[in-house]
Design a protein around this ligand. Structure first.
Ligand code: PMP
Length: 453
């Protein structure tokens, strides 16, 4: 076994990591994760970590699922690869498309397969424009997104996303993608109630449609709750108002469920949780629980019928669209979710317990707000609970807390000074207690460090 120092040296020399300041990382040295089981990870030094982020919001069924390994292995022996271009197809992709159509909202019965969430959103961009072209409204091209949204890292994905740091690198967004305000009440709500603020944020969509002209607007893209932006859950008034606006101006809804899909909210899809009827749903991550990369777009009949029935090719597709081994992983992953009734368990047992236990952290002097739905949550770290004022961002309080979490054996991610949690859906009540205990220790250490800063 190669020792840690050698691995870290080779890593620094040869490996550029995603979303990473390589220079700082090389100085600090990477954490080398070696194996995983259930909801736990072990690094190469043998330290055990509770994975409060399910990898990167994806390992919904937990690590170490032999049946997924077996399903993939069997598929690889039989047909490791074939494409679905040029009049061809294969059983795993067909079965998966049908299985997902059965799980999706009733008006959505068709799937386009991709290799990742970013590719799913690139597909969405091209598909909505193709749809409006075929409908004889070629000017309906602009896509409205939101500030601080995350929709991926490809050129279209990063443009659709609303992360200013991403736009700064590479002259993004590309044309005909615009952004409106996000529904982040805790940070931007000021003196408004959450309900008032939710309406205000939603109405910025109407203002933007009127500014652009409804004949120029193809779609609105949004995560049901923003994930990478900081687990931002819109106030209750937000989505109903958005629905009203989209219907009024005939603008399509692209719901990015790359994080929320496959059980995170206690529903198979958050469309159901928020009572939405999207035209396109982006999926990835929990689709295979991350065992093999795969993504897709679930398409409403309204859009699919136009794409399928009009003559002419939709000039879009990936080598790995519907990859047979990935499809086998997805099918077994979905089978596990169904057989073990994991989504129902989340809704009825674990999410209520997790959310209730997590709320106890709101009493901590460093915590301004705890919010969450299903098995996803955020903890806001603040200097002043009453005014919601944060610490000086140069301190990096969120990063301190993240590092203390690791010291106490817990993976929690920080987005600025917002701590975010999204554990595997198979977490038990005892493990939720362990997560809360560890988070509390990290909060205490972080608070002490704030006091002495
Ligand atoms: N959409 C959302 C909502 C995401 O959270 C992510 C990834 N975090 C993506 C799209 C991009 O997915 P991928 O990294 O698989 O390209």
């Amino acid at each position: 076994m190669t020792d840690l120092k050698t691995l870290q040296r080779d890593d620094a020399a040869h490996f550029i990591h995603p979303f990473t300041d390589s220079k700082t990382l090389a100085e600090k040295g990477t954490r080398v994760i070696e194996r995983a089981d259930g909801i736990y990870l072990w690094d190469i030094q043998g330290n055990k970590l509770l994975d409060g982020m399910a990898g990167l919001w994806c390992v919904n069924v937990g690590y170490g699922r032999q049946s997924i390994v077996d399903a993939v292995s069997k598929q690889m022996q039989q047909l490791p690869y074939y494409n679905s271009f040029f009049q061809c197809t294969h059983p795993p992709a067909i079965t998966l498309a049908k299985t997902i159509a059965d799980l999706a909202p009733a008006h959505m019965n068709t799937v386009f397969f991709t290799g990742s969430g970013s590719e799913s959103n690139d597909t969405n961009l091209r598909m909505v424009r193709r749809y409006w072209d075929l409908k004889g409204q070629p000017n309906k091209k602009t896509i409205i997104s939101r500030e601080n949204a995350y929709h991926g890292s490809t050129v279209a994905g990063a443009s659709l996303g609303g992360m200013s740091g991403m736009h700064e690198q590479g002259d993004l967004p590309i044309p005909k993608i615009v952004h409106i305000a996000q529904p982040y009440w805790y940070q931007e709500g000021a003196d408004l109630s959450p309900e008032e603020f939710g309406l205000k944020a939603a109405r910025s969509l109407e203002e933007k449609i009127l500014e652009l002209g409804e004949d120029n607007v193809a779609a609105f893209i949004a995560e049901p709750f923003q994930g990478a932006g900081g687990v931002i859950i819109p106030p209750s008034t937000y989505w109903p108002e958005i629905k009203r606006i989209l219907a009024k101006y005939d603008v399509l809804l692209i719901l990015d469920e790359v994080i929320s899909g496959f059980g995170r909210t206690g529903c198979w899809f958050a469309a159901e949780y928020f009572d939405l009827q999207p035209d396109l749903i982006s999926i990835a991550k929990g689709m295979t629980s991350g065992y093999i990369p795969m993504g897709g777009v679930i398409i409403a009949d309204r859009v699919a019928d136009v794409i399928k029935q009009q003559c002419g090719e939709f000039t879009h597709g990936y080598t790995y669209s519907g990859h047979p081994a990935a499809a086998a992983a997805a099918l077994e992953n979905i089978n596990i979710l169904k057989q073990e009734k994991i989504v129902e368990q989340v809704a009825n047992e674990i999410a209520p317990y997790f959310q209730q236990r997590l709320r106890t952290l709101a009493e901590h002097p460093l915590v301004g707000e705890v919010r969450g739905i299903g098995l996803v949550a955020a903890i806001e770290l603040v200097q002043d609970k009453a005014t919601r004022a944060r610490y000086n961002s140069d301190l990096g309080v969120g990063t301190w807390c993240r590092d203390f979490c690791i010291q106490h054996g817990l993976v929690m991610r920080s987005v600025g000074d917002t701590m975010i949690i999204s554990p595997p859906l198979v977490i038990t009540k005892t493990q939720v207690d362990e997560l809360i205990d560890k988070a509390l220790l990290a909060l205490n250490d972080t608070y002490q460090q704030c006091l002495s800063a």
